[in-house]
Design a protein around this ligand. Structure first.
Ligand SMILES: NC(=O)C1=CN([C@@H]2O[C@H](COP(=O)(O)OP(=O)(O)OC[C@H]3O[C@@H](n4cnc5c(N)ncnc54)[C@H](O)[C@@H]3O)[C@@H](O)[C@H]2O)C=CC1
Ligand SMILES: CC(=O)C(=O)O
Ligand SMILES: [Mg+2]
Length: 377
């Protein structure tokens, strides 16, 4: 199979779909790999590294999209990338379709097969291809929050750790999954006072055990969000309903009621955001202020630490990508229900129900069960 890896083109996105080590694995399995020129430059993987691994360097993305059987990326395809996708081709990358009408429309029209990293599942009922980037983003959320709490950045001038004689800052984390847990680790490591909300009691029990009572676990209700957001210095949004648009849990009224100079980091922004006042921002222009509250809503946070993130992401995606290449796309999907859960679009049909639920009233979308879609077309 011909595997193609274009250079990422989203704002300040330096990650790359395959490391040279991953390329070697494909080559060892007799696949050809095309890498766009300078695709790995931003993370220290040179064209020479890729050539030595057995890849061919291609000058432009057009050639890759025109010929590759399987396109492996990091971020959702941007408009001109969507327009290059075609029937008979498979795209394996993050998609986050539920909040993205334009991309969904273009992918459906492309006739291609689109497998989303973020909806592939595993036996533990977690999301193995989202987890590594959630670990990164959760850790970064506290780093970003601490930075924007500084006065010169618009914050209220709180040092999250406090100092002897001065109480630490208060961090509220909404959602206790991968992002939330990693944010909690960092915030506790700094010495902040941490409260974490989730609506899963089993998850709250795990968190209580994991952190040995060093943080407060609270069942997530509007009332709890009311209470804890009003005194928080930093609120981190980390909820997820897989594949669906994020619920707006922190409302405009909550934000209005927050302390002046508090910071909110909406990590869930890639699924549309879980704060009513959130809108996606970029690494180039990461924050804006509403009601004296600094909002950080970067939709590709791990791109900011692209070297760590590229390696962590490829560690997770490689076995699935190899299965697609070695077995063939259809057979690999039909053999593995967990990988099949990643199928969002196939030959003009949307095969992920939560996407149709989120966008069906704005766009005429044909939903078809993933297995049926593969068997029919
Ligand atoms: N902005 C960025 O660069 C990145 C964003 N993300 C996003 O972060 C979000 C969280 O991802 P993960 O932690 O991996 O998901 P996860 O599935 O591990 O955790 C989500 C948690 O939210 C909880 N939850 C659901 N509804 C809730 C509610 N009403 N109140 C409180 N908790 C609730 C769930 O019980 C679960 O524990 C996702 O939208 C993901 O796509 C992840 C990585 C990077
Ligand atoms: C998960 C995601 O959207 C990212 O890593 O950019
Ligand atoms: Mg206020």
């Amino acid at each position: 199979m011909l595997i193609g890896v274009p250079k990422e083109i989203k704002n300040h996105e330096y990650r790359v779909g395959l490391t040279p080590a991953a390329v070697k694995e494909f080559v060892a399995h007799n696949h050809a790999v095309w890498i766009e020129k300078s695709a790995g430059d931003g993370v220290g993987f040179s064209d020479k590294d890729y050539t030595l691994a057995g890849a061919e360097i291609i000058d432009d993305a057009q050639t890759i999209f025109a010929k590759a059987d399987l396109v492996i990326k990091v971020k959702e395809p941007q408009v001109n990338e969507c327009k290059m996708l075609r029937a008979g081709q498979t795209l394996f990358t993050y998609l986050h379709l539920a909040p993205d009408l334009t991309q969904t429309d273009l992918l459906v029209k492309s006739g291609s097969t689109c497998i989303a990293y973020e909806t592939v599942t595993d036996k533990q009922n977690t999301l193995p291809l989202l987890a590594p980037m959630s670990e990164v983003a959760g850790r970064m959320a506290v780093q970003a929050g601490a930075h924007y709490l500084e006065k010169a950045q618009g914050g209220n001038g709180t040092l999250l750790s406090g100092v002897p004689g001065v109480a630490p800052g208060k961090v509220l984390i909404i959602g206790g999954g991968f992002v939330g847990t990693n944010a909690a680790k960092m915030a506790l490591g700094m010495g902040a006072e941490v409260t974490i909300l989730d609506r899963s009691l089993p998850r709250l029990r795990e968190l209580d055990d994991l952190f040995f009572g060093r943080l407060k676990t609270v069942y997530s209700t509007a009332d709890a969000i009311d209470k804890y957001s009003s005194t928080a210095d930093l609120v981190i949004g980390a909820v997820l309903i897989p594949g669906a648009a994020a619920p707006k849990l922190l409302t405009r009224a909550h934000v209005k009621n927050m302390k002046q100079g508090a910071v909110v980091v909406d990590v869930a922004i890639d699924q549309g955001g879980c704060f009513e006042t959130s809108r996606a921002t970029t690494h180039q222009d990461p924050v804006y202020v509403i009601d004296d509250v600094v909002h950080y809503c970067v939709a590709n946070m791990p791109g900011g630490v692209a070297r760590t993130s590229t390696i962590a992401l490829t560690n997770a995606t490689l076995p699935y990508a190899l299965a697609l290449a070695n077995k063939g796309i259809k057979a690999a999907l039909l053999e593995d229900q967990h990988l099949l859960n990643g199928l969002n679009v196939h030959q003009g049909k949307v095969t992920y129900k939560a996407v149709v639920d989120a966008l069906g009233d704005k766009l005429p979308l044909d939903y078809l069960d993933a297995k049926q879609a593969l068997e029919q077309f």
